[in-house]
Design a protein around this ligand. Structure first.
Ligand code: OGA
Ligand code: ZN
Length: 404
């Protein structure tokens, strides 16, 4: 996803412009020469690059083996043997690679641009570039980078892209001047995609209520946390739409969990390792639910490229730890260290959400919280929604016309 972008950034200087350039995608190319090896065809391109395509890979990716409207593979790989190979190969007049196969009386034609952009020899040589711009408290002086107007999002694809890119790269965005009617955020969120339903309901009302089933529904301060960490698949994004905020207190806090994790990795690698490997028990058994939710997960999860994938942190919903006894003390030391960092003023951005704002963030990256408010000083009412990361990434891919 988004591997065809290069992010040129300096995380310690948020004033530096982010330049997104198309990197991996070649726009025009032609085949200079083709030769056959034992198991692959070797292509020499007009710009001097070389590619090797395994016979089976070529047969499996023949463009004729794709359903024309479903755009899904219809070819069955089990209909050919492991010895399949080109009987003949050539370049057609319009520059395509033509292969007549040894089996099945089949001929394939490959567009050279498609072949080049899917060349796994070249693509695997490229270093991984993270799409994430890590930030800390200094982002407060540069909020324009994570701010968007409702009107832009509603009236143009550029505005929608701007909002979703802020969410994808920074993990957080403040949308201003949305309507303040109940449920009115639905129309805005539908610009992205559908909403993810949870037992909280859609939307869920973040308001001070008697006999709350969640501390969010009180006037208490909330320490920085992820929502719903007891779900196997924690919702990717959260949207908090402020309808009224007339109460004293109740400031919002966000913190970049990936940046904190990176800091920990660099400053206390063993604590980082412990949090990346110890499975923490999270639970929800609130009195309004006829369910008991339990899920074990490390607090820090990484991707196959060793980039950050997910932070799960919620003091309120951690169950009694049940890791092996010889790991308990070390876990607590590491956990406390991380807990201190995720509340550190150096990392946190604090602001007052106002009526018509939609505070949106990647719930699997950004930790959020609020300070206590005085419920007798005025009304405070937010409406919350969730969505998955897939919805934002896939919509961005579509609007940016990502080639696959
Ligand atoms: C929540 C939450 C923050 C707030 O509802 O999950 O964290 O500002 N709310 O009330
Ligand atoms: Zn929350």
């Amino acid at each position: 996803m988004f591997h065809n972008y290069d992010l040129q950034i300096d995380i310690y200087d948020p004033k530096k412009v982010i330049i997104l350039i198309y990197r991996h995608m070649v726009q025009a190319v032609s085949i200079k020469n083709v030769s056959k090896n034992d198991k692959s065809l070797e292509i020499e391109w007009n710009d001097g690059e070389k590619s090797n395509f395994h016979f089976m890979w070529l047969r499996d990716n023949c463009p004729y083996g794709v359903h024309p409207t479903a755009r899904q593979r219809s070819f069955n790989l089990l209909t050919v043997s492991n010895n399949i190979h080109p009987k003949t190969y050539s370049i057609t007049q319009d520059g395509k690679l033509e292969i007549k196969w040894s089996e099945g009386e089949h001929t394939s034609h490959f567009d050279p641009l498609w072949l080049r952009n899917h060349c796994y020899t070249i693509n695997n040589k490229k270093p991984y570039t993270s799409p994430y711009v890590l930030w800390d408290a200094r982002l407060k002086d540069d909020m324009g980078k994570v701010t968007v107007e409702c009107e832009e999002v509603m009236n143009s694809d550029e505005g929608l892209i701007k909002w979703m890119e802020q969410l994808h790269h920074y993990g957080f965005s403040l949308l201003h001047n949305a309507p303040t009617e109940k449920k009115s955020a639905l129309k805005i969120l539908h610009r992205i995609s559908h909403i993810r339903e949870t037992f909280f309901g859609t939307p869920f009302d973040v308001i001070n209520i008697p006999k709350p089933n969640n501390t969010a529904y009180t006037s208490l301060g909330l320490r920085n946390h992820s929502d719903l960490p007891y779900y196997e698949y924690m919702p990717g994004y959260q949207f908090l739409h402020c309808l009224v905020n007339d109460a004293k207190g109740g400031l919002s806090l966000v913190i970049d969990g990936f940046h904190v994790a990176k800091y920990l990795k660099e400053n206390d690698p063993s604590a980082f390792e412990i949090l990346a490997k110890t499975h923490v028990k999270f639970k929800d058994n609130d009195y309004t639910q006829n369910k008991i939710r339990i899920f074990h997960s490390p607090m820090i999860k990484l991707t196959k490229d060793n980039d950050f994938s997910e932070i799960r942190f919620s003091v309120a919903t951690m169950a009694a730890m049940d890791c092996p006894p010889n790991e308990m003390e070390k876990f607590y030391f590491a956990y406390k260290k991380f807990a201190k960092l995720v509340h550190d003023d150096e990392f946190a951005v604090k602001f007052r959400i106002k009526a018509g704002d939609i505070l949106s963030f990647d719930n699997r990256r950004i930790l959020h919280g609020r300070t206590e408010f005085d419920p007798n000083s005025g009304l405070r009412h937010l409406q919350g929604y969730y969505s998955d990361r897939d919805e934002i990434l896939s919509r961005l891919n579509y609007l940016k016309k990502i080639e696959i």
